[in-house]
Design a protein around this ligand. Structure first.
Ligand SMILES: *Cc1c(COP(=O)(O)O)cnc(C)c1O
Length: 406
C-alpha cells in the first residue's frame, strides 16, 4: 500500500470556523496517520499517544480495518434496523462468546451504548422491580454527552450545563462502599461505573470495591453495569477492564476501542436481564454491516494469541519509564493499567503546558517529531497509545517526555 502524502497546506488556509467551536484545538490540521504516527498539513509529524482518544486500538489507518471496510463497503453497508445482517449477528455472537454476556445491542457510540444500558436497567426495573428506576453513579465519572449520560456522569462542570437534567442518578464516591449503600432505596435498580475512571484522570476502582459492589448488588437485587467504553477491548492488558478482578457485570457497555477508529459501540447483557420488547429500542444505523465488519477485524487482532501479552509488555515498559520520571520529580508512581496510564506532575496547571511543549517540538521539515499526550487533569498527563505501539516508539516517547520535564 503506497501512501501519497497530501500537498503541504498552511493552517491559515483552512476555513476552521466552519466547525462549531466545541473544543480548544491546537493550530494544526491532521491529514494522515499510520500506526503510532500522525502528520499535519504543514508536514510535521507526531508520535501519537492520544490515538483518537483511546480509540485506535491498532493505531492509525491499520491495514486490517481498511481491508475489512473496503471489502464490506463493496458487499453490504446497511440493510436497515428492521432486518438481520450477517455481520451484526457475527459481531454479537463473538462478543457473547468473549464476555459471557449472551446478548448485545450494537450502537454508534459509547454514549449511545450507555444510554441503552440506562434504558435496559429502567425497563428491568419496570418489569421485575416494581418500577424501580434510580441508577447509582459516581462522582467524577464520565458516561458520555447525551442528556441522560451527562446526567449520569459526575464530571465537575456538567451540573450547570443544559438544565434541566434527566432525573434518577444519585452520586456515590468511588471506592467507598458505604457511600453506595447509603443511596440504596426501593427505587434503586442499578449501580453503574467505569472499572477505571478514564476522564477523571485514570482512577482505578479497587478490586475490593468491585467485589463489594457485586455482593451489594446481589443482596439488593440490583444490576451491576460496567461502562467499559474506555477500558474494554484490551486497553488494560486484559480483554476487559474487569478481567483482572474477575467481578462480572450484568450489563457492560463498549465503544472507543471496539471499532478501532470506526464509530461503533455495544450494550451487552446477561440473558436474564434482556427485557426489551420489539419497538422499545432502536436506531437507523445501529448494527450496520459496515461498522460491524470493522469491529470484527479489531476482535480478530486483539484475540490473536500474542496480542495481549504484547500490550502487557509495552505497558510494563511505559510504566517503568514513567515511574522513573515520577521518582526523579518526587511524584507518586504511575496510575492505571495496561496502556491507560497517568503521570502526576509536580506543579498544578502544568499538564497543558507540557502537552503543548511536546506537540510544538515538531518541526516543519519533519526532522523532529512532536509527541501527543492528553492533559486529562490540570496536574496529570494521560497516555493511551495504540495497543500495537512498538518498543522503540515507547522508548522515544519516554526520552522526549523525560527531556521536557528536565
Ligand atoms: C468516551 C467515553 C464515553 C462516551 O463515548 P462516546 O463514543 O464519546 O459517546 C462513555 N464512557 C466512557 C467511560 C468513556 O471513556
Amino acid at each position: 500500500m503506497t501512501l501519497i502524502a497530501p500537498a503541504i497546506r498552511p493552517f491559515s488556509d483552512y476555513p476552521v470556523d466552519a466547525l462549531m467551536a466545541v473544543a480548544q484545538r491546537p493550530e494544526a490540521v491532521f491529514t494522515r496517520g499510520q500506526g503510532s504516527w500522525l502528520w499535519d498539513s504543514e508536514g510535521r509529524n507526531y508520535l501519537d499517544l492520544v490515538q483518537g482518544w483511546a480509540v485506535n486500538t491498532l493505531g492509525h489507518a491499520p491495514r486490517a480495518i481498511a481491508a475489512a471496510l473496503s471489502a464490506q463497503a463493496g458487499r453490504l453497508m446497511q440493510a436497515g434496523p428492521g432486518f438481520f445482517n450477517d455481520r451484526a449477528i457475527e459481531l454479537a455472537a463473538r462478543l457473547a462468546a468473549l464476555s459471557g454476556l449472551e446478548r448485545s445491542f450494537i450502537t454508534n457510540s459509547g454514549a449511545e451504548a450507555n444510554e441503552g444500558a440506562i434504558k435496559l436497567a429502567r425497563k428491568f426495573g419496570q418489569v421485575h422491580r416494581g418500577g424501580a428506576h434510580e441508577i447509582i453513579t459516581f462522582a467524577h465519572s464520565f458516561h458520555g454527552r447525551t442528556l441522560a449520560t451527562m446526567s449520569a456522569s459526575g464530571k465537575p462542570g456538567f451540573d450547570a450545563l443544559f438544565e434541566p437534567k434527566v432525573q434518577g442518578f444519585p452520586k456515590a464516591r468511588l471506592n467507598d462502599l458505604a457511600s453506595v449503600e447509603a443511596l440504596v432505596t426501593p427505587q434503586t435498580v442499578a449501580v453503574m461505573l467505569e472499572p477505571i475512571q478514564g476522564e477523571a484522570g485514570v482512577i482505578e476502582a479497587t478490586p475490593e470495591f468491585l467485589m463489594g459492589l457485586r455482593a451489594l448488588c446481589n443482596a439488593h437485587g440490583l444490576l451491576l453495569i460496567f461502562d467499559e467504553v474506555q477500558t474494554g477491548i484490551g486497553r488494560t492488558g486484559g480483554l476487559w477492564g474487569h478481567s483482572a478482578v474477575g467481578v462480572k457485570p450484568d450489563i457492560m457497555t463498549l465503544g472507543k476501542g471496539l471499532g478501532g477508529g470506526v464509530p461503533v459501540g455495544a450494550v451487552l447483557a446477561r440473558e436474564a436481564v434482556c427485557c426489551f420488547a420489539p419497538g422499545d429500542q432502536g436506531g437507523t444505523y445501529n448494527g450496520n454491516a459496515l461498522v460491524c465488519a470493522a469491529a470484527l477485524a479489531v476482535l480478530d487482532a486483539v484475540t490473536a494469541p500474542d496480542f495481549l501479552p504484547q500490550v502487557q509488555a509495552r505497558s510494563a515498559q511505559l510504566r517503568a519509564g514513567l515511574d522513573r520520571i515520577a521518582a526523579r520529580l518526587g511524584m507518586p508512581p504511575t496510575e492505571g493499567r495496561g496502556l491507560l496510564l497517568a503521570l502526576q506532575l509536580p506543579r498544578p496547571d502544568q499538564a497543558t503546558q507540557v502537552a503543548e511543549a511536546l506537540q510544538q517540538r515538531a518541526r516543519r521539515d519533519g526532522t523532529e517529531p512532536g509527541v501527543l499526550v492528553n492533559p486529562v487533569r490540570p496536574q496529570r498527563l494521560r497516555f493511551m497509545p495504540a495497543l500495537n505501539i512498538t518498543e522503540s516508539e515507547v522508548a522515544l516517547a519516554l526520552a522526549v517526555l523525560n527531556d521536557a520535564l528536565s
